[in-house]
Design a binder for this molecule. Structure first.
Ligand code: NAD
Length: 256
């Protein structure tokens, strides 16, 4: 379905980004990976699906790095047809205790980076009159939780950016939508599980159960594979008039 297309997925050396990259690769899209840590393992996992794979280690908090990554993708693959803005970090603290530098980093990585990649990807998408921009927001783009001020602000912000981008591209073959996961058991959430287990003196399994019970009525984690399939739908012909939605896959979290 996506043979001949190129997808750039930010923050795809791990977790949800890697899951989405692999789902798009299964549909035939060539993939540009990005993110920190080991890149060789993720590259091999994607290449095993029979597509071309590239990697750029741009730091999403740095606009100059983002420009270099977009140049690399265009030069290596011709064009970015599918842009998945996924890179994100978390910090948990009350507003009055929140370190200002963590606030700045979360806004830069979880929100501003998507502005830069989007503004740089749009001209070539417009020329081709085809494009898919998928912003990985969160259920925290729709509702709040205590002690996550920067994250909730950034995720509400990216839902807003999604809507504006969708409106500006509405008469074209480019769509922009957001995915809003509930709990997904990735390294980002494992840190919160570990912190809860340590603070309450409970097991890791018990901490996971408590985390789910608090917010997610299905009592199940969403998986990167499930989110990848939603991204595939947004890229499909049937998804061509889905524009500006913030689609939660959250086990009922935001329905409460
Ligand atoms: P993760 O920690 O497994 O992966 C984050 C990825 O982003 C990694 O590849 C990491 O290297 C990369 N990254 C971090 N900082 C970066 C930077 N400055 N520049 C470039 N890459 C950077 O986390 P995840 O859970 O897979 O999260 C992915 C996205 O999904 C995030 O935007 C997160 O907010 C969102 N999300 C996660 C959950 C969840 O429950 N895990 C729920 C809702 C939304």
């Amino acid at each position: 379905m996506l043979k001949g297309k190129t997808a750039l997925v930010t923050g795809s050396t791990s977790g949800i980004g890697l899951g989405i990259a692999k789902s798009l690769a299964r549909q035939g899209a060539n993939i540009v990976l990005n993110g920190f840590g080991d890149a060789e393992g993720p590259k091999a996992e994607v290449a095993a699906l029979g597509v071309k794979v590239g990697y750029h280690g741009a730091d999403m908090s740095k606009p100059a790095d983002i420009e270099a990554m977009m140049h690399y993708a265009a030069e290596t693959f011709g064009r970015v047809d599918i842009l998945v803005n996924n890179a994100g970090i978390q910090h948990v603290a009350k507003v009055e205790d929140f370190p200002p530098e963590r606030w700045d980093a979360i806004i830069a990585i979880n929100l501003t980076s998507a502005f830069h990649t989007t503004r740089l990807a749009l001209p070539a998408m417009k020329k081709a009159n085809w494009g898919r921009i998928i912003n990985v927001a969160s259920v925290h783009g729709l509702v709040a939780s205590a002690e996550k001020s920067a994250y909730v602000a950034a995720k509400h912000g990216i839902v807003g950016l999604t809507k504006v981008t969708a409106l500006e591209t509405a008469p074209t073959g480019i769509t922009c939508n957001a995915i809003c996961p509930g709990w997904v058991l990735t390294p980002l959430v494992q840190k919160q599980v570990d912190a809860r287990a340590a603070a309450a003196g409970i097991s890791n399994e018990e901490a996971k159960k408590q985390l789910l019970a608090e917010k997610e009525p299905s009592l199940q984690f969403t998986t990167p594979e499930e989110l990848g399939e939603l991204a595939v739908f947004f890229c499909s012909e049937a998804g061509k008039n889905v524009r500006g939605v913030a689609w939660n896959m959250d086990g009922g979290w935001a329905a409460q």
